[in-house]
Design a protein around this ligand. Sequence first.
Ligand code: AMP
Ligand code: MG
Length: 492
Amino acid sequence: MSIAPAPSVTLDDSFARDLPELALDWQAETAPDPRLLVLNEPLATELGLDPAELRSPDGLRFLVGDAVPAGAHPVAQAYAGHQFGGYTPRLGDGRALLLGEFVAADGSRRDLHLKGSGRTPFARGGDGLAAVGPMLREYVVSEAMHALGIPTTRSLAVVGTGRHVHRETLLPGAVLARVAASHLRVGSFQYARATGDVDLLRRLADHAIARHWAGSGGGGAADAGLPYLAFFEAVVAAQADLVARWMLVGFVHGVMNTDNMTISGETIDYGPCAFMDAFDPATVYSSIDHSGRYAYGNQPVVAEWNLARLAEALLPLLDEDQDKAIPVAVEALGGFRPRYNATWSAGMRAKLGLPEDLDPAVAGPLVDDLLSLLARDHVDSTSFYRALASAARGDAEPARLLFLDLAGFDAWTARWRELGPDADAMDRVNPVYIPRNHLVEEALDAATAGDLDPLDRLLDAVTGPYDERPGLERYAAPAPQDFGAYRTFCGT
Ligand code: AMP
Ligand code: MG
């Protein structure tokens, strides 16, 4: 870290102040030759940053953590986590730093965080670095998720470091500058609980409540003087909604460990993630997910399992008497399934252009039968819902072409059309462009080799997902047959 001037940015450090036990002062490794690969100008402007300043040499040094703004106090955050079901008591930011928090006029805060900024004391055996490809994958997929209206951390920039990273081969290194409502994770609470220091756990919960639910008025448990129960219920609801939203667009996170699940309800830590093409609940992309724990269709139950781990961590705040705290936590966790089901069902009705008040006894079987048809015929989900809007307008052929079981499709479509679907409403919720796996690979490979054009074109398509545009046909099409089975790698 140098004392060269950083851009005129003001960052606060409330996390480090409130929770010093979870914040380790640290600094980024110097990047020998920082080069900007991609900058999110709209996000920069939203944050009050000057894009031109960020593009300058001092701006790049700021974006890789090399020039720290006055008053900022970079820290590596401590957390624990269940990884593929096994508990690790000390994970933490092994290759990341929280630079600080932007404070908006209304008092709300957003973290500025760097990933790939060098080894920290949490690095264990890791090198603390990140390669260009995985950082750009997070950039593309998180920005696509945001454009789809799905809560997510945002990507501000990816800067090549000029340093090589050893993976299976030597790869160019990069740092991702990420923005998030916070980086509080289920694993942050597991870590605090494991210290045995209930005061720390309470301060962490108070910090989270102040940060995410201040001014929400609480309701229910909060009004009843039970702020920590209200907090847990709010996280359960936020995660139920989030995972339902993933399921509606076919997003597979790939590594839903408790350290990769936020308290805010934002999607975080895009590693071996991918969007599903052909609808199949058993879809797994991660090369290390041998048992299919984080398969598409398992995501809701995994989220619920992770929230049970959060409940365990929070028990001392729910009641001093653990025997009384457990039934309280179990009841609150019981809110997950109805909330998930409600968000999923409302989302499916919207995808099918059907009214919100449609009788669940009609909507439920209609959706279940559709998903069976899609799975049996390996239909590309994204193409299907968009093509179905044509059927609502009177031309069923584009959707019909996607099926083998034509009689099954015709019978289902007749039932659905009886309900008077609204084609324009469908087009507002069913994307044309998602970050399809073959396009992501193409863009990352080209960027790794120094050509950023495919990345820019892909970003242009997926950040306007509902707006069909001439010339972008290949961004709407499923992978060519020769793309083969897709695998993503955690070796990020
Ligand atoms: P992730 O799978 O990226 O969510 O990371 C899980 C844990 O491993 C976190 O504690 C990370 O900080 C750490 N980690 C991942 N990759 C590296 C790396 N290259 N160097 C150091 N720590 C890492
Ligand atoms: Mg992680």
